[in-house]
Design a binder for this molecule. Structure first.
Ligand code: M6R
Length: 614
């Protein structure tokens, strides 16, 4: 939700923090701030601003901060409205302790009352300011309570999620960071450390990073570091190499990350499949599943849990698992699974699908499934993320960092991985090598076919422009393309702020048909699949009520041209693989609608890339 970055080293901290915040801005962007400890004067200076990092930069131009220990934050508001005062960093009421925080301190209200009783005063409405004062209350360098010990003691009192960085004017060359439930990694440079919510703020400086488990605290100085739990049990640090390069997180020639990521899809799909398909043997090679292959073959039921776009991909996974591997499968909102006392029998596999690997609803559902005895798999993009670490086994998407808040290439990666997982299980259960080889051969053609869809970008833009003033859209599909319809509606609403609903095409006549009036845009996913004729009937029902039909149809389909007002063609492919093609025109429609309406495509209002609050 929020992005945090902190630095300790010998370089001026301000430019480094600002650069880091710009990289992390996709995580939250309603306000930003930095704090720097000037070790020569001992002063701890804070600068904050509502709005984007650029607004903060403007403020800093007038009054730059000096020093080489500091922290920065880009916020997605949870507690308290979007104001300069509520923006991070926060200090305690004496201005000694300074903190940035991503997550939610759930018991902040009772802690605040307790601290008020002890005489502390508060200026903001945030949970973070409570934590700053709690640390200050415990911090006493003269009584063996240094900053690290005070942070550990404070964190033993809090419930909730946190990734924090803390500094104290009493201990100038020290930075203390900790995490539970929210992401945080520590880049290791030469005589310097850069702490951040993700590798994008680190990679320009170093590729070596320390990952932290929940309840870990790290104390950093220019001379080294020490890791321990919040109970002060020493930990052995885990060091990883960041697999990122700068071009992956920069716009290049593109105007927006969303557009870049849509156009990257054929390439990342090839990377996702590389080395994993053995067409000659009709086999799928997924190293991350091998140690649990036997359990997967014997499994009796699969439950997929996810949110948002990942949920739509998981819904396609549900169909694939039943069609190919013949395993009963069901997909649901992770947030609902978590709280409905689910029954997990022996032989149940729980699959968490997530781009970030940090979505709290998805993570909590995973914990629930694990506690109830399920074998857990992760279908995750971000390497080393919490879900990837906490699942028994898994398959990475390998689509590279997704910066646009609207998820596009991750969806393609998720559908592709779920296709491969289904084939992996199918082939080991009942599918013949020949049948599997046929599907693999077709899967290999999808990136090239997707390139043909992308060539229609201009036409898709023209069709979108015709309806740009309409405030209500419907997206309808059946079978494998029912989740695609949901995804088309989600994309449109989240970046263009147009109201859109997706549903199974058959459901329309059970109520939503009442919405259709003259010229209402209704997008049908009408590829030549097993339910094509039924979709044509639904199209006629919309036409006869004055709706304007935009059909995503199979190339060369002449019949649909006599019914639909506009046709967006996709090459012919089997129904089970079609969502990877039919979704592309819908992504581009949403993109063009947002641009035509003048919205910030990559940072839509009220949203954040990774949703780490329930
Ligand atoms: O990181 P995750 O895949 O777990 O995120 C799940 C959803 O929050 C995410 O897909 C969200 O719906 C996107 N904004 C969709 O574009």
């Amino acid at each position: 939700m929020c992005g945090i970055v902190a630095y300790i080293g010998n370089k001026p901290a301000q430019p480094l923090l600002i650069e880091g915040l710009k990289r992390l801005e996709y995580r939250g962007y309603d306000s930003a701030g930095i704090a720097i400890l000037d070790e020569t004067t001992g002063s701890l200076d804070v600068c904050k601003s509502v709005g984007r990092v650029a607004a903060l930069e403007d403020k800093l131009e007038e009054a730059p901060l000096t020093g080489s220990v500091g922290m920065g934050h880009t916020r997605w508001a949870t507690h308290g409205s979007v104001t300069d005062i509520n923006a991070h960093p926060h200090t305690d009421d004496t201005g000694t302790i300074c903190i940035i925080h991503n997550g939610i301190i759930e018991n902040y209200a009772s802690l605040r009352t307790l601290l008020e009783e002890k005489g502390h005063t508060f200026t903001s409405e945030t949970d973070t300011e409570v934590l700053a004062n709690l640390i200050a209350e415990l911090h006493d360098p003269d009584a063996d309570m240094d900053l690290e010990s005070a942070v550990q003691a404070a964190l033993r009192e809090v419930t909730g999620a946190y990734a924090i960085a803390v500094m104290s004017s009493h201990e100038p060359g020290v930075l203390v960071c900790a995490r539970k439930g929210s992401p945080l990694i520590v880049g290791v440079g030469s005589g310097e450390y850069i702490v951040a919510s993700d590798g994008s703020a680190i990679i320009a400086h170093t590729a070596q990073a320390i990952t932290l488990d929940d309840y870990s605290v790290i104390r950093l100085t220019r001379d080294g570091f020490r890791t321990a739990t919040i109970d002060n049990v020493a930990l052995t640090p885990k060091v990883m190499q960041l697999e990122l390069d700068l071009s992956q997180i920069e716009l290049g020639a593109y105007e927006h990350f969303m557009r870049k990521e849509i156009f990257e899809q054929p390439k990342v799909l090839r990377t996702c499949m590389k080395g994993r398909l053995d067409r000659h043997e009709g086999k799928i090679v997924l190293g991350g599943l091998m140690s649990f292959a036997k359990e997967l073959v014997k499994s009796k039921r699969v439950i997929l849990g996810a949110q948002g776009t990942a949920l739509h991909a998981a819904m396609i996974g549900e169909y694939l698992l039943e069609d190919l591997a013949k395993i009963p499968a069901e997909c649901e909102y992770a947030s609902e699974f978590r709280y409905r006392n689910p029954i997990i029998e022996e032989g149940t596999v729980f699959v968490s699908v997530s781009q970030s690997g940090e979505t709290i609803d998805t993570l909590s559902a995973l914990h629930e499934a694990k506690d109830r005895g399920a074998l857990t798999l992760g279908v995750v993009n971000v390497v080393g993320s919490t879900i990837s670490r906490e699942t028994d086994a898994g398959v990475y998407l390998r689509v590279g960092p997704e910066i646009g808040v609207a998820s596009t290439k991750a969806f393609i990666g998720q559908v592709c991985v779920l296709t491969m997982v289904s084939l992996f299980m199918a082939r080991r259960r009942l599918m013949s090598p020949e049948a599997s080889a046929r599907i693999i051969a077709e899967l290999e053609t999808v990136p090239d076919l997707m390139e043909q869809v992308l060539e229609q970008d201009e036409h898709i833009k023209e069709v979108t422009a015709k309806h740009i003033d309409r405030e209500n859209w419907l997206f309808l599909g059946r079978g494998y393309n029912y989740p695609t319809a949901l995804e088309g509606a989600l994309k449109l609403k989240e970046i263009s702020y147009i109201h859109a609903e997706g549903m199974p095409a058959a459901e329309m006549k059970h109520g939503p048909i009442a919405l259709i009036d003259e010229g209402m845009p209704v997008v049908f996913i009408a590829n030549k699949g097993p339910q094509y004729d039924k979709v044509l009937s639904n199209i006629s029902e919309v036409k006869s009520r004055g709706g304007h039909v935009i059909a995503v149809a199979t190339e060369g389909d002449t019949e649909i041209r006599s019914l639909a007002d506009d046709v967006l063609e996709v090459p012919e492919v089997s129904d089970m693989l079609s969502p990877m093609l039919t979704v592309v025109p819908l992504q581009l429609m949403a993109y063009h609608a947002a641009v035509l309406r003048g919205h910030d495509v990559d940072k839509p209002r009220n949203l954040a890339k990774s949703v780490t609050v329930e």
